[in-house]
Ligand binder design. Sequence first.
Ligand SMILES: [Zn+2]
Length: 111
Amino acid sequence: MSEARRCFCGGFARLKTSCTKDNPERRFWTCYRKKGCGYFDWFDPQMCARSKMIILGLLRIDKADDELKRSRRREKLLRFFIVIDVHIAILSANANQHKGLNGMKTGLELA
Ligand SMILES: [Zn+2]
């Protein structure tokens, strides 16, 4: 699908995706090394203003959707801990009640 490119170093250039407001999700070629040779070339053609606006809008929706998912995960985790806390409280109350019954039995045994 994508053609292989070589940067000024002679290695295969990496295809990356821009996340700038001016070029949202537009792919470009760059050097394969971290501090590379400065090679740069666009892979995707330039977008019209309307396309940029639509993509930025979709990215905002996507971001809001991610935030909603994170929020739901947090809520689920919180509910889990509340349930665990209630179970611990019930078990603790039962254990105390059981101790009390044992104490009564001991008292009855004495009588
Ligand atoms: Zn290079």
